[in-house]
Design a protein around this ligand. Structure first.
Ligand code: HEM
Length: 499
């Protein structure tokens, strides 16, 4: 009995690691047993927890805390962040999302990979995101826009408010489905199979899964947990498999990710011997040698779908929420767009974006104030000494850079809670990390920005948006989803622009 009690206490002490940060020479929050410094995450939720954490040591460049039992080094200083994410990247090739490829169906997607395996995969799929390819993928906006206009016109006719977040989720879902799979989604139809996917992939359940991973990759693996909703992933996998088979059998070509997959499959497997394909091989850094077979390539399409839909839809929702609150800025954006439209006689094109600086500023402001992912994480993969304070960290140490609270810090962005698109004109404000930094920068950054420029400019060209009285102002970010989406509907009244 006593032995059991002593054993339990020893285990709790081992998990607690109360003196982990003591002696490392950085300020730290004293952890509670097992819960660490994470009570706020349970009681208040993501955004509030991260903001409170960020201001725990307002004058420090870095400090230590415990996410439950996991000691994490929180970086607050932009110059140190650039060292970690960009300059000294080879010491930090992994992020905190883990890569359990044994049991987690989505474990092998590029966002989760690290080391040489990540690098090989990134080299293989980056060519699908060149400026020319992204421009070609934007043709899908022409297919999606009439469906969105139909909804706006229905709202107009009925005199009802438009749930703009819902509309943008339908749109980004349709656009990314065309870019990835070369087919239109059914996101604008009743009982759509595609529409619920964004919610399922970024559900509060996924939030819990991501937290477990951040605390202990081993526990996540031991419990054989899944990062994302399994049925939704398998639904997309079936679609992709059918498409690849159909295209191969019928020799059909497309300008989408499916086409890219077919080309990689053809190239990689022309000379491959079956025995080698069955073996799992490793690089010297312990990461797996990719096979570039259908299963692995599907995961890259999956993360493009997951990463592309809700992040862009949420950002556009925040843009229109802020522009509806600030009519003067909305008018100014519209005037810029109309000047181009009147001069050219057609809707704004991507290569005319320099002529709409306030619209670009509005997009950047929403990305600054409401970054889709509020934390950028890295795991130390090679012993590292910070030049600033001489602290040495070993492989396995997790680091957080809290993009969300940092981009709302008056020290870096004056008057940070004011939506001010004009701050992006002239000299750029502080370090901007919404799309991440360095070699692991968001692969879809230009895809997302291009889509937002085209959608925002076309919406403003044709409609005026005002807040409906049922919108609960201020709209706050959802505290239980892994993405910074609005917690309540953004309902907008619309009127047509008559020129
Ligand atoms: C507003 C929209 C978006 C935001 C704010 C966003 C943000 C991010 C962030 C913060 C990362 C992690 C970067 C890092 O670790 O340093 C990331 C990675 C990634 N994003 Fe995005 N993203 C957006 C849209 C998209 C779109 C539209 C796509 C695909 C078309 C996409 C595909 C990816 C991929 C594949 C990665 C993994 C890159 C890697 O680890 O090498 N994202 N994104």
């Amino acid at each position: 009995m006593w032995l059991l009690l002593v054993g339990i206490l020893a285990l709790v002490y081992w998990l607690w690691k109360p003196f982990y940060w003591k002696g490392k020479g950085v300020k730290y929050l004293v952890p509670y047993p097992l819960i660490g410094n994470s009570m706020g995450l349970i009681t208040k939720g993501n955004s509030t927890f991260r903001r409170d954490l960020y201001y725990a040591f307002p004058d420090e460049k870095m400090f230590g805390f415990h996410l439950f039992t996991q000691p994490i080094l929180c970086i607050r200083d932009p110059e140190i962040a650039v060292d970690v994410f960009v300059k000294d990247f080879e010491h930090f090739t992994a992020n905190g999302l883990g890569s359990n490829q044994e049991y987690d169906l989505s474990g092998g997607n590029i966002l989760f990979l690290h080391g040489t395996q990540w690098k090989e995969m990134r080299n293989k799929i980056s060519p699908f995101f060149t400026p020319a390819k992204v421009k070609a993928m934007m043709n899908s906006i022409d297919v999606t826009m009439p469906k969105a206009v139909k909804i706006l016109e229905e709202n107009l006719r009925a005199g009802s408010a438009c749930d703009i977040g819902n509309l943008f989720t339908r749109m980004t879902n349709d656009v990314i489905t065309q870019a990835c799979f070369g087919i239109e989604s059914d996101a604008f139809e009743k009982n759509s199979a595609f529409l619920p996917l964004a919610d399922l992939f970024f559900s509060p359940h996924t939030n819990v899964m991501f937290t477990i991973k951040a605390v202990s990759q081993s526990l996540f693996k031991f419990l054989r947990l899944q990062s994302f909703d399994l049925d939704s992933s398998l639904f997309l996998k079936r679609i992709m498999k059918n498409l690849v088979e159909y295209r191969k059998e019928n020799n059909v070509q497309g300008h989408d990710f499916v086409q890219g997959i077919i080309e990689i499959l053809d190239k990689e497997h022309r000379t491959v011997d079956e025995e080698r394909m069955k073996k799992i091989e490793y690089y010297p850094d312990g990461t797996r040698v990719p096979k570039f077979d259908f299963d692995e390539l599907f995961l890259q399409a999956l993360i493009i779908f997951i990463g592309g839909v809700e992040s862009t839809a949420s950002t556009m929702t925040w843009i229109f929420y802020e522009l509806a609150k600030n009519q003067e800025m909305q008018d100014r954006c519209r005037e810029e767009v109309m000047d181009v439209v009147k001069r050219t006689g057609s809707p704004l094109k991507l290569d005319q974006q320099n002529e709409i600086p306030t619209v670009l500023g509005a997009i950047n402001e929403a990305l600054r104030m409401y970054p889709a992912f509020e934390i950028n994480s890295r795991i130390c993969t090679k012993t590292y000494t910070f030049s600033d304070n001489g602290l040495t960290i070993e492989p396995g140490q997790t680091l957080w850079f809290p993009t969300g609270p940092y981009q709302r810090d008056a020290k870096h962005f004056p008057d940070p809670d004011t939506f001010d698109p004009l701050r992006w004109q002239g000299e750029k404000p502080g370090l901007f990390t919404t799309f991440g930094l360095g070699p692991r920068l968001c692969l879809g950054k230009s895809f997302a920005l291009s889509q937002m420029i085209l959608v925002v400019s076309r919406f403003l060209q044709n409609y005026k948006f005002t807040l409906n009285s049922k919108t609960k102002v201020p709209v706050r970010p959802h505290e239980r989803r892994p993405i910074n989406s609005p917690s309540s509907p953004v309902l907008l009244d619309i009127s047509r622009i008559v020129d």
